[in-house]
Design a protein around this ligand. Structure first.
Ligand SMILES: *[C@@H]1O[C@H](CO)[C@@H](O)[C@H](O)[C@H]1NC(C)=O
Ligand SMILES: *[C@@H]1O[C@H](CO)[C@@H](O)[C@H](O)[C@H]1NC(C)=O
Length: 424
């Protein structure tokens, strides 16, 4: 009896999978067909004459909703004159790299060779190019060795982070630099200002935490992170070492991720996981912008007229033989806001502008290369406020961001700025 049953069952399974295969290929046919067409059709004006008019209309419609990574569009890379003029032509390594890019842009008419993947610099070539390379701090040497590696694979992704929510028109994405061990900070953000909720029925908050890998000396947190990612669906983890000099790489891969996963995001708040952001105030501010200003937004606490610090003991140390010249004005990396409409161009330019070891300076460079100057907003206090105001809810109610607050302070402040008893 079991044998007969198995036979019948096998026969049934065979027949049904056959039916499924037929059905699948039927269903799939128009899709592969139109996808091919869309790729072959770079723009609406370039329709192959051989194609019948009816198919042309459908492919026109389809190609207008092509993903941003379309292979057909070859974007033009341009760097603003103002930025080029700002970078002195001298023997410093970064300056030379930058000006050889400028030259390549001029020769190729804005189509420089695409360097994807990783081309680690050998110590020999670095020694040859930088006289005092041996005296650089070890981490600095590591940064230089990897500065042309831009494409680490993603390990934990959130493909549906920006899936459309009916009724809401705009997404504000919080992208927060975190590291694997910061569980408590992340939880405080989730419970307070980073909670994924709708503001004013028009804007929805989405939050992601940007992570690299812990180094081999640290405890292995992989299982905890996997659990956390499944539970909260807000972790992004890439395969590179999470360290200070890799924050520029973190920013670059975030741009790429956001462009791919959140192409329609309206605004991005990029910052640290230990800031206090006043989301209602950010919402009100964003609502107050006109369309033109909103489309070019790059705002925060602006650091102007800064130059490299030459003291090797300081975190922000930059050797003379690496970079010479002023920094462009930039928004402090503790937290700043920019327009989702700039994502595509800032990602493109960050594929070419040589990486810089300080991430917010690098962001400022990329925006300056696009011809966008940061705009000051006094509500961003990345260097914190007066000591006596640090627990004062009324003061915080008027701010958009302060750096830094611990998880307990964050929870308390959030509760207090929402308290009905608060009279400011
Ligand atoms: C950045 O990450 C890469 C890849 O994990 C690593 O090889 C490199 O040492 C890191 N750089 C720094 C400065 O930590
Ligand atoms: C983005 O917006 C376009 C046009 O409004 C729409 O066709 C597309 O489906 C949207 N993409 C996502 C991922 O929401």
């Amino acid at each position: 009896m079991p044998l007969r049953f198995t036979k019948t069952f096998t026969a049934m399974a065979l027949v049904s999978s056959f039916v499924l295969v037929i059905l699948y290929s039927f269903l799939n046919m128009p899709v592969t067909h139109s996808r091919r067409e869309a790729v072959e059709t770079p723009s609406v004006t370039n329709i192959s004459p051989a194609r019948a008019p009816t198919t042309a209309t459908t492919s026109e419609k389809r190609s207008s909703t092509q993903p941003v990574f379309s292979t057909t569009a070859v974007p033009l890379v341009t760097i603003s004159e103002a930025f080029i003029k700002n970078i002195p032509k001298n023997s410093a390594f970064w300056n030379r790299k930058f000006h050889s890019l400028v030259k390549e842009l001029a020769i190729t008419g804005g189509h420089p060779a695409r360097h994807t993947g990783c081309r680690p610099q050998t110590t020999e070539s670095l020694r040859m190019n930088i006289q005092d390379f041996n005296s650089y701090p070890e981490l600095y040497q590591e940064f230089l060795a990897g500065m042309d590696c831009r494409s680490p694979p993603i390990i934990i992704d959130q493909p549906d982070k920006c899936a459309p929510v009916s009724g809401t028109k705009q997404i504000l994405l919080f992208a927060l630099k975190s590291t694997p061990g910061h569980f408590e900070r992340r939880q405080a953000v989730r419970e307070t200002w980073g909670k994924e909720e709708v503001y004013g029925e028009s804007l929805i908050v989405k939050t992601v935490f940007l992570l690299g890998q812990t180094s081999g000396d640290d405890p292995n947190l992989d299982k905890l992170l996997t659990f956390e990612a499944q539970e909260f669906k807000d972790l992004l983890l890439w395969d590179f070492q999470d360290s200070f000099y890799n924050l520029t790489l973190k920013e670059h891969v975030f741009f790429k991720w956001a462009l791919y996963r959140c192409p329609n995001v309206s605004f991005i708040f990029k910052g640290d996981d230990d800031v206090f952001a006043n989301t209602p105030a950010i919402f009100n501010y964003l609502q107050s912008l006109d369309a033109d200003k909103a489309s070019k937004l790059y705002t925060g606490q602006i650091i102007s007229d800064a130059s490299p610090l030459r003291d090797v003991k300081i975190k922000y140390y930059v050797p003379e033989s690496f970079y010479e010249g002023p920094y462009p004005s930039y928004a402090g990396g503790g937290g700043f806001l920019f327009s989702g409409q700039l994502l595509k161009s800032v990602y493109l330019i960050s594929q070419y502008i040589p990486f810089f070891p300080i991430d917010d300076v690098y962001t400022g460079m990329c925006f300056k290369a696009l011809g966008i100057a940061p705009e000051k907003h006094i509500g961003f206090q990345t260097f914190d406020i007066r000591e006596q105001d640090r627990e004062n809810a009324c003061v915080h109610k008027g701010l958009l961001l302060v750096h830094r607050r611990n998880p307990q302070q964050t929870k308390r402040l959030w509760r207090n700025i929402h308290s009905p008893l608060l009279t400011c």
